[in-house]
Design a protein around this ligand. Structure first.
Ligand code: BZD
Length: 786
């Protein structure tokens, strides 16, 4: 029997690794052995896929982040071992979920951009598309967050401390990366990306920096211990940490070194494999037939000069020959319109990282300008488009100039790029621009994380085909008026809420009631995402309940999660503010009967897997025009939450698919904001509006306490700064009343549980568009031609 075979194999691995029998070892050892068993099981399919892909055109996803989440449960599901899994675990003397909890989340990404890369990899493997990932193996992932007196604290995340059974070190394929001031080894670690039930297994290759002559023994023997370690440390520093900024350029030389490190190793890897495979093509005439590189934001853009360098200096092509190839093999995705996130490097930093690449960038720029002058472009326009200007290298310009396609990540976002942010570029290259609305993988975000709902969908549709074709969910609409189905939808949601409540009790120590509305905002902390608006609404409710304890409202639990960049003071202040509100509300004997607030610590992929299935309301409340797409919004929708959202990013497409009447739309549109931008005066709103004043004033009161940090006063000032100062760019007060109204509508509509369930089902049924399978097929057909 399959189960017995697996159990025997795992016991064997345990014995080999520890010299002990299964009942003598820790849960960690059982998890490790089980993972190794899976890696062993898949090895032939993995090798086969690698071999098959060698002869094909491949796409390469170049990304500084792959937020893959835990592998164990997902691999069991995708490889089709899930029917045996519970039974196997039992034979090992442990539960399956206890095994799963042994795994650290590889926190190799900040948020949406990194998680998108992971969803794309899974979808491509599932769709049999040859897509390989290339990135960085950070030894310290994104910091772990905990709270001390409500303040965010950070600690290191040594995610491989107990080993990493999901990657294989490929020592023999090590490369050398040259910087101006040092040379380091790039050692690849390969992780399998297993397609759903198709035996197709692509590869995610992450590079780790190591010293060439790691340790200087002569120095050590002369008791110069610190010195002897320094070369080693300086090399390892390059891949030591993931920069925790998700919306601010890092500007540090080490960051550009990281970027150059991984793209140099990747391009070298790909070029050398090409030469092995086609030894006669010394002019690289067919290189562009076999390769297309997707640049995930500007972080991997140094790949462009690096490819030129390899073709010119190491393979002796002429500039014209090299440029012709380079111009055909890159495509670029933009994820933000926030100016402060746009990467611009000072010339001397680029020069210090790699002088030859800097020279090449300048030459690309020089030729580009000559071309523009030729086409009678004005000096002003040319200045806009230049790659190197005023002492800085603009990475987005280099990417757009070189790429065959440039895409935004939701319809609105792409329109803003074309009409506004990248207007001049769109005029120059209209046919380069296209939209690719983001998506999420339904395997991890529904089948794996919400088994009860997933099984029920299969039961209703009579087959599980929908897992590979999410548009089939549309057929669920025939049950919109079926009371039995609607009741079952509510029951499943309730069960998920019970599970989450238990987990929150264990991990945060807070009691929450599964009968209350679970109203959830989980995402990175940022002013544009407006966690502050959510917080102020809670203050508003608090005041209301205080002045009228008998007030009739449906009990609500407000759940927050998300990390602030350690250097982002305002974002950290907002966390402290929410934690203070939580303390105030939860400790008030009357208020806490109606509302509760909890900010969960260390939100990450594995926490998300427990949270999304339990949400009634999904908070997607960014200032219109600021959130490029959002992907959390899609995870909530697929799990049956109703969206409370602005007309922003992919929310707009969610409303379009599921209908505005199944969701709660509020707030000013991009156009409306544009109109009032120059005259907006929040101070007047504050002074002339009793409700707003009373709500905002809590920041100045002694009801809550910022422990002398002045954080709350600083938030207060930022909210009401008038039009002659620096008025709030995120229009929190502007949207406040509209937001309050939308919440009142939620309160009203939740009382009719069948009608709520119908809206929930409507959302599930119309989530098909947001499968990353759809997105990745669009990339494959319209950009990559694979
Ligand atoms: O990318 C996010 C956007 O903010 C979301 O709207 C969008 O849905 C996702 C996926 O397209 N951007 C990021 O997550 N950006 C970063 O994490 C990041 C990381 C390093 C430097 C700059 C930005």
């Amino acid at each position: 029997m399959e189960k017995d075979r697996i159990v025997e194999q795992i016991k064997d691995i345990v014995l080999y690794k520890t010299g002990k029998t299964i009942d003598e070892v820790s849960p960690q050892a059982k998890y490790e052995a089980s993972s190794i068993m899976i890696m062993d099981d898949i090895k032939e399919d993995w090798a086969k896929t690698t071999k098959k892909n060698k002869d094909r055109r491949n796409a390469y996803y170049f990304s500084a982040e792959f937020l893959i989440g835990r592998s164990f449960g997902n691999n069991i599901l995708n490889y089709g071992l899930n029917h045996e899994a519970e039974g196997v675990a039992e034979e090992l003397g442990i539960s399956l979920s206890a095994l799963e909890e042994m795994e650290e989340d590889p926190a190799l990404g900040n948020g949406g951009l990194g998680r998108l890369a992971a969803c794309f990899m899974e979808s491509a493997a599932t769709e049999n598309l040859p897509l390989q990932g290339y990135g960085v193996r950070y030894s310290q992932g994104l910091f772990k967050q905990y709270f001390n007196q409500g303040f965010q604290m950070e600690e290191g995340d040594d995610w491989t401390a107990l080993g990493d059974p999901w990657s294989l070190r490929k020592q023999a394929e090590t490369k050398i990366v040259n910087f101006k001031d040092q040379k380091v080894l790039a050692v690849p670690y390969d992780t399998p990306v297993i397609g759903y039930r198709n035996k197709n297994i692509n590869t995610l290759r992450l590079w780790q920096a190591e010293a060439i002559n790691g340790f200087d023994f002569s120095k050590f023997n002369n008791s110069l211990y610190d010195d002897s370690m320094s070369t080693k440390n300086r090399a390892e520093d390059i891949t030591r940490v993931l920069y925790p900024n998700d919306s601010q350029k890092a500007g540090k030389i080490l960051r550009l070194k990281q970027q150059y490190f991984f793209v140099s190793a990747s391009i070298q890897d790909i070029v050398s494999k090409y030469k092995q495979h086609f030894p006669l093509d010394i002019k690289f005439k067919d290189f562009s037939k076999y390769h297309i590189f997707q640049l995930n934001d500007t972080h991997p853009v140094m790949a462009i000069p690096e490819l030129m360098r390899l073709l010119l200096d190491e393979n002796f092509l002429s500039w014209e020959e090299a440029w012709k190839i380079t111009k055909k093999v890159f495509a670029f995705t933009n994820h933000t319109i926030l100016q402060e996130a746009m990467e611009k490097w000072s010339e001397d930093i680029v020069e210090t990282v790699n002088p030859r690449c800097f020279e090449i960038i300048k030459e690309i720029d020089r030729r580009f300008i000559a071309e523009l002058k030729e086409s009678k472009y004005t000096n002003e326009k040319i200045e806009e488009l230049r790659i190197v200007s005023k002492g800085t290298v603009r990475m987005a310009n280099l990417a757009i100039r070189t790429s065959i396609k440039v895409n935004g990540v939701a319809e609105l976002h792409t329109e803003i790029l074309k009409k506004d942010t990248l207007k001049d570029w769109y005029e120059l290259y209209p046919s380069k621009f296209l939209n690719k609305t983001n998506g999420i993988t339904p395997r991890r975000w529904l089948v794996y994380s919400n088994k009860e709902l997933s099984n029920y969908i299969t039961e209703l549709l009579g087959s599980d085909d929908w897992i590979l074709d999410l548009s089939k969910l549309k057929e669920l609409e025939k049950y919109l008026d079926d009371e039995t189905v609607l009741k079952r939808i509510n029951e499943i949601k309730y069960n998920n809420k019970v599970r989450l409540a238990k987990y929150i009790k264990e991990n945060e120590g807070v009691d929450i009631d599964p009968n209350s509305i679970f109203d959830i905002q989980v995402k990175r902390l940022h002013e544009y995402k407006r966690q502050l608006l959510n917080a102020l609404h809670i203050v508003y409710l608090y005041n209301k309940i205080k002045s009228n304890p008998e007030i009739d409202i449906v009990p609500r639990t407000f759940i927050f999660g998300g990390k602030a960049a350690p250097g982002y003071f305002r974002a950290k202040s907002i966390i402290k503010f929410i934690n203070e509100i939580a303390k105030l509300v939860n400790n008030d004997p009357i208020v806490s009967k109606k509302i509760k607030v909890v900010f969960v610590e260390n939100f990450r992929v594995s926490y998300g897997e427990k949270i999304y299935p339990a949400a009634d309301v999904s908070e997607q409340i960014s200032t219109a025009g600021k959130e490029a797409s959002g992907t959390g919004n899609m995870k909530f929708m697929l799990n049956g939450a109703l969206t409370l959202g602005t007309y922003d990013g992919a929310n707009i497409e969610i409303f379009k698919e599921a209908g505005e009447d199944s969701n709660f739309v509020f707030g000013a549109t991009v156009e409306e904001l544009k109109e009032i931008e120059s005259t907006y005066d929040p101070e007047q709103l504050y002074l002339n509006d009793e409700v707003i004043k009373e709500t905002v004033d809590i920041l100045k009161s002694d009801i809550i306490n910022d422990n002398g940090s002045y954080m709350f006063l600083e938030i207060y000032n930022s909210l009401i700064a008038n039009k002659n100062e620096k008025p709030d760019a995120y229009f929190v007060l502007k949207d406040f009343h509209s937001y309050v109204k939308a919440h009142e509508k939620i309160d009203k509509e939740y009382r009719d549980s069948l009608s709520w369930a119908r809206k929930s089902l409507k959302n599930i049924a119309n989530a098909g568009k947001f499968s990353s399978d759809r997105t990745i097929k669009e990339y494959a057909n319209e950009i990559w031609d694979i």
